[in-house]
Ligand binder design. Structure first.
Ligand code: E4P
Length: 218
């Protein structure tokens, strides 16, 4: 399973890269706004800056919701850097655009997916990735991880090449649960990734090893 970081914060991307486990980045308009990136030119420069830090796919989301607009924006984003994957919302015009991008060899991430039916459509259209939002489903008392498992089963049954990118991850157990469900990729903020490191028995065990070593050297 690959790890993407879900942020537009360059320091956090560098920190995850430094850990040696980062395979890519996802962003969205809210995350770009959070970093104070304004204006088309700055947004494009920021995507290039992210691509220069990370060695892997970087999802850059279109703002347009009409077919022509999605195509225009998506082509411009894809031209920025070979690592850019065009993120397209799961709407009617988005599905059409994903099909068009697929035939032009432009890779896509179909975002805002909340049901197996939407995931089937994304795969039929030729999306490179599908992004089911598990945290937002959990927020409305629906099992987000179960959705990942169902999509993985469907894609495996029909041998569909679209990769399941589990998104909207809120905590470390989501990552473990998505791994068990067979997600190809998880994308999450830095904290849930760092949370995977933690176990009190690791800390207690290490403290004892180091204390015993110190005693043996006296
Ligand atoms: C995925 O690509 C989205 O950017 C993201 O995971 C959304 O997460 P949120 O529900 O925490 O905003």
């Amino acid at each position: 399973m690959r790890f993407f970081i879900d942020t537009a914060n360059l320091d956090q991307i560098r920190e995850a890269m430094d850990l040696g486990i980062l395979d890519g980045v996802t962003t969205n308009p809210s995350l770009m706004a959070k970093e104070g990136i304004r204006g088309e030119e700055n947004i494009r420069k920021h995507y290039v800056a992210i691509c220069e830090i990370v060695d892997g796919d970087v999802s850059a989301e279109v703002i347009a919701t009409d077919y022509e607009g999605i195509i225009r924006e998506g082509e411009a984003l894809a031209a920025l850097h070979p690592q850019v994957v065009v993120k397209v919302p799961m709407i009617r015009e988005g599905v059409k655009a994903i099909r068009a991008f697929h035939s032009k060899g432009i890779r896509t991430n179909c975002t805002l997916v909340f049901s197996p039916g939407q995931a089937i459509l994304a795969a039929k259209a030729g999306a490179t990735y599908v992004s089911p939002f598990i945290g937002r489903l959990d927020d409305v008392s629906t099992d987000g991880v179960e959705l990942i498992a169902r999509i993985v089963d469907i894609y495996r049954y029909y041998d569909l090449p679209t990769q399941v990118l589990a998104a909207s991850i809120r905590h470390s157990m989501h990552i473990v649960d998505c791994a068990e469900a067979g997600a190809d990729v998880v994308t999450c903020p830095l904290d849930p990734i760092l949370g995977l490191l933690k176990h009190p028995l690791t800390d207690i065990g290490l403290e004892k090893f180091l204390a015993d070593h110190r005693k043996s050297q006296q």
